[in-house]
Design a protein around this ligand. Sequence first.
Ligand code: MG
Ligand code: MG
Length: 260
Amino acid sequence: MGQIFLKTDEEIETLRESCLLVGKTLAEVAKLIEPGISTEKLDSVAEEFIRDNNAVPGFKGLYGCPSTLLTSVNEAVVHGLPNKNPLKDGDIVSVDCGVLMNGFYGDSAFTFEVGEVTVEVKELLNATKQCLYLGIEAAIVGNRTGDIGFAVQNYAESQGYGVVRELVGHGLGRSLHEGPEVPNFGKAGKGKQLKKGMTIAIEPMINMGKKGVKQLSDGWTIVTIDGKPSAHFEHDIAIKNGKAEILSSFEEIEKVLNKK
Ligand code: MG
Ligand code: MG
């Protein structure tokens, strides 16, 4: 996946600005999510907001990505392309967003409820977010990427969920994808050692059913093979001697959701 670049404290501060802008963008998206809105509309609002903040969409144009957001509905895990289809009551939509500002990428994702979702779906979203925070807790100097993956997998599987293997977290900085790879599964004590100054995106993708996924013929959308829903939450963090520092934020998003 590429080289690992350790960042100085100053670089981490610049990176943090990009990560925070992603959270603010996702909060703008959160305001609009309701039955009837299309993911294409969410995409155009996100792009305008990012450009108004003197940044550029991080995904658009990268690897041929046509959009600012990747929007994955229900059984779509990640990499769904925005389209004109209206979201329906009871859907979930995972919204992944990247920005590039002052030379650094931010990359964060949140799975939203559309209208009223089932208890089972709510539990999946809560568990996936919990997986993310357990992964972050394991991300300390001296631990390895396998400790993060183990923390995520152990909790997800204890709840009866499937952990997607094919897509992984990653280092980020001046490139959207740097080393190391950060799988959401693994063995404690294995993998690349975590060092102070590493900045990584941790992004569990957790399936309500089995772990298997496939890509649709659009060449982008990854869906669960069993057709059951999947959730995705992603934070960017900086590795420190003690607890990792979360650079992105869900605070603005959660403010919007709490008002709904
Ligand atoms: Mg992402
Ligand atoms: Mg990512």
